[in-house]
Design a protein around this ligand. Structure first.
Ligand code: GSH
Length: 209
């Protein structure tokens, strides 16, 4: 059994998508970040950085003590190792997958997160911030569109890299991004949202954030 400390945000949904795709046994433990539950000592013991998502695996593959993992990318890689799914066995392809996961974690997530912040929380007063992050969002979507013009998924097969990136694209309206301007991204986004596991992940745990 895996405990998932979760709130329905883009980073949280990466993990519910992954757990549903891998058909692993898990339960959700809500951490209401709107009520600052991420700062409770019981949670910071698991993640000193006070952010969801976190997992605790009570039955790790090595048979040892339960293990806690924070950072969504690390969680996805841990789950792929545990289940033997959704990562290439070929070393070069795996490196490519990890590269795109880092691209998401270092740029596509943080920059779009800032775009969300300025567009939604300060729509009139922070013009500089909005322009800066919306321009960066457009650039990042161009990178993604070009990548997806070469193949159906981020790699030739569906992997963790798709699971990392999709929840952020799903919030394109918060980023002032019209998906029609990025036809390859739109095709990929629409196709992934039709996957049964992804539908389950969103149906179970949607709450608007
Ligand atoms: N790099 C982290 C980012 C996690 C993150 O930013 N989580 C947000 C929700 S999407 C959070 O917990 N925010 C609460 C806060 O900032 O206090 C990851 O990928 O797991």
């Amino acid at each position: 059994m895996i405990d998932l400390y979760f709130w329905p945000t883009s980073n949280g949904h990466k993990v519910t998508i992954c757990l549903e795709e891998m058909a692993l046994d898990y339960r959700i433990l809500p951490i209401d970040i709107t009520e600052k539950a991420q700062f409770d000592a019981s949670f910071t013991r698991l993640n000193p950085n006070s952010k969801i998502p976190v997992i605790v695996d009570h039955r790790p593959a090595d048979g040892g003590d339960k293990i806690a993992v924070f950072e969504s990318g690390a969680i996805l890689l841990y789950l792929a190792e545990k289940s033997g799914q959704f990562q290439p066995s070929d070393a070069r392809a795996k490196l490519e997958m990890i590269t795109w996961m880092f691209w998401q974690a270092s740029g596509f997530g943080p920059m779009l997160g800032q775009a969300h912040h300025f567009n939604r929380k300060a729509p009139t007063s922070e013009f500089y911030g909005r322009e800066r992050y919306n321009t960066e969002a457009q650039r990042l979507y161009r990178v993604l569109d070009k990548r997806l013009s070469k193949q159906e998924y981020i790699l030739s097969d569906y992997t963790l890299a798709d699971m990392m990136i999709l929840p952020w694209v799903r919030r394109h309206l918060w980023q002032m991004v019209a998906l029609e301007a990025f036809p390859q991204v739109q095709k990929w986004h629409d196709k992934l949202l039709n996957r049964p596991a992804i539908k389950r992940a969103y149906a179970l745990h949607e709450a608007g954030a």
